[in-house]
Design a protein around this ligand. Sequence first.
Ligand code: PXG
Length: 462
Amino acid sequence: MGHLDNQIPTAELQALDAAHHLHPFTDGDALNAKGARVITRANGVMLTDNDGVEILDAMAGLWCVNIGYGRPELARVAANQMEQLPYYNTFFQTTHPPVVELSKRLADLVPGDLNHVFYSGSGSEANDTNIRLARHYWAAKDKPTKKTIISRKNAYHGSTMGGASLGGMSAMHAVGGLPIPDITHIAQPYWYGEGGDMDRDEFGLVCAKALEEEIARLGEDNVAAFIAEPVQGAGGVIVPPATYWPEIQRICDAHEILLIADEVICGFGRTGNWFGMQTFNIRPDIITIAKGLSSGYMPIGASVVSGEVAQVINGGGDFTHGYTYSGHPVACAVALENLRILDEEKIVDTVASTTAPYLKEKWQQLADHPLVGEARVCGMMGAIELSPDKAKRAKFSKDPGKAGTICRDFCVENKLVMRAVGDAMIISPPLVISRKEIDMLINRTTASLDMTLSVLKEASLI
Ligand code: PXG
């Protein structure tokens, strides 16, 4: 591996990065003024930067490196597949063994009768596929007016025109004139931030009933689908109240609309089951997958649809949709190897039986910290809400997002990658994180919270 070692000094890389690289979701000038962190290698749950500093990655990259870094099996599979068949398309009446094998594997793995797979290169593209799939489905059933897709405020479904339109983030809609037509958004089940005086269960029901109200407002004949993440990830690890999903499922069953579960984050073990739909007992018609499908080792996403949806699509003539890299052989082969490891090493089982309960116990103790208004966790994802007055679930009204940014910067100083979403701190570590590493995560989080608290006091923000 010596030949891969980077020889370029950090400052030089940072200068070149600033000169030629536009970063996603980044204030370019602000980043370039300080220089990007250069990550050169990683193993297990640890990243190593260009100066040899080891950092605990409590985000699994971007919620994706479920099996952890540094698995040589995936590299070998990729190299072998590249030698044998690096690329061929699946457009023109052709297929290849890795895409066939992965489709069969997913059909067996995903619950219910979700047994047909349409591939993409990412979660965003898969959600774009879902928009066209859902509308084509209803057109093929002679119901072409059923076009509107209902989503939720503060949802994240990707960054393409379709994905960002399905998403409910107003800052994203503001860039590029979104959403595209026939997509609407209802309230999110964010009890901590928006539940007011209601108890959790009552609030969960109110949020779910908003779907029925929206269907009534639009007219059922105009609604194609409802899309939602089982647990909102990028929105701040928002775990819905227990009453939410059963009512959503009832509403979807009672009305003629498709349910799309976006499992891009929740899928492949994140919530303690293979899929979020199992954790919340939902029966979607379509799911979106990406990220943990390959543990991020190769870009790949997909829409997995029910036998009924597949039958209608297959019978509906040409579905004029696809990507050059739909069913890319190397990505499919790597995904298969990733699924083999997740399965044979019982990684999801270990999360459910051992490490997630341990994380939950430790994470919830953070709620005792004076700065923490709530600590919530679902499987291997969690959030803590920073609050100036925890008894009242108060927000930082003076300078929203500042406390989160301060805390995130202290985390980095303490060699911990944790994300800030506004004034909530979120984690989604690799599923292979050990108890010892969870202790390290908790210790570094506590240290960062202490440092944040004292800075906030000095700045009279608390
Ligand atoms: N759906 C969900 C639920 C996601 O979380 C996507 C779709 C889009 O996937 P791609 O592969 O196109 O990125 C995502 C992606 C963050 C962050 O900062 C989250 C995502 C991506 C980038 C950043 O939390 N989620």
